[in-house]
Design a protein around this ligand. Structure first.
Ligand code: ADP
Ligand code: MG
Length: 238
């Protein structure tokens, strides 16, 4: 079991408190989407789950493990960012396998996992290419492939499609939905795109100024927003 639980999570940067006691349960295998205005703390929450930011107060659990103080590498999470920094001198296959290579996995196992990720993401034909010979969408697939290859229990996506044009966003959104169906891992996905939130989410978390404003299934929030703020993010007229 690898759901994610946040209990009374607080984050301070120096004097400034940016996350104010967040309680949240994300079920094993759930696709959870965080929405909310710029600066409300979406990335900070995700980075705390990943272990890239320390948690000032409270507890973060993955499955039944308390990971609040664990190293990022011990958490069983992989994060996909908006900007995908691929190594330009490495092929697609090498980029995807690099993390496993650094942690000493045998070549045969790396090759097998890279091939499996390439199949899922339809990158089979591109494995020997260098990043500069790829389109933006293909590069973002490689970045997602890098996460898949690590076999995480939890995938964290921070606005992964924001840099892509509209047509490609739709295509990649379908790919990410398929990835979730196929792998079944727990996913937390940050976006400011309402359509992405409505179509991908099992559960949407609306954040406002470092607090949870409302949590619910997409259609619950759409039809029964608690207030105008939530309605503004989910798209129904309040
Ligand atoms: P979002 O991803 O929702 O746009 P962030 O999580 O990036 O928001 O930021 C939440 C708040 O925390 C913002 O006010 C931001 O300025 C602040 N913040 C984020 N990272 C840092 C940091 N490293 N140092 C100081 N303040 C930060
Ligand atoms: Mg952000």
């Amino acid at each position: 079991m690898s759901g994610v639980t946040l209990q009374k999570v607080v984050k301070r940067f120096g004097e400034a408190q940016v996350i104010h006691g967040v309680d949240l349960t994300i079920e094993d295998g759930e696709f959870c989407v965080f929405v909310g205005p710029s600066g409300c703390g979406k990335s900070t929450l995700l980075r705390m789950v990943a272990g890239l930011e320390e948690t000032s107060e409270g507890t973060i659990r993955i499955g039944n493990r308390d990971v609040t103080k664990a190293d990022p590498s011990e958490r069983g999470v992989a994060m996909v960012f908006q900007t995908y920094a691929l190594y330009p001198h490495m092929t697609v296959a090498e980029n995807m396998g690099f993390g496993l290579k650094m942690t000493g996995h045998p070549k045969a196992e790396i090759d097998r996992k890279v091939a499996e990720a390439a199949r899922i993401l339809k990158l089979d034909e591109l494995l020997s290419r260098k990043p500069k010979a790829l389109s933006g969408g293909q590069r973002q697939r490689v970045a997602i492939g890098r996460a898949i290859v690590r076999g995480p229990e939890v995938f964290l996506f921070d606005e992964p499609l924001s840099n892509l044009d509209a047509e490609l966003r739709v295509e990649m959104r379908v790919e990410i939905a398929r990835l979730h169906r196929e792998i079944g891992a727990t996913m937390i996905y940050v976006t400011h795109d309402q359509v992405e939130a409505m179509t991908l989410a099992d559960k949407i978390v609306v954040l406002r100024k470092g607090k949870v404003e409302q949590v619910g299934k997409p259609l619950e929030l759409y039809h029964n927003p608690d207030n105008r703020f939530v309605a503004g993010f989910i798209g129904s007229p309040a």
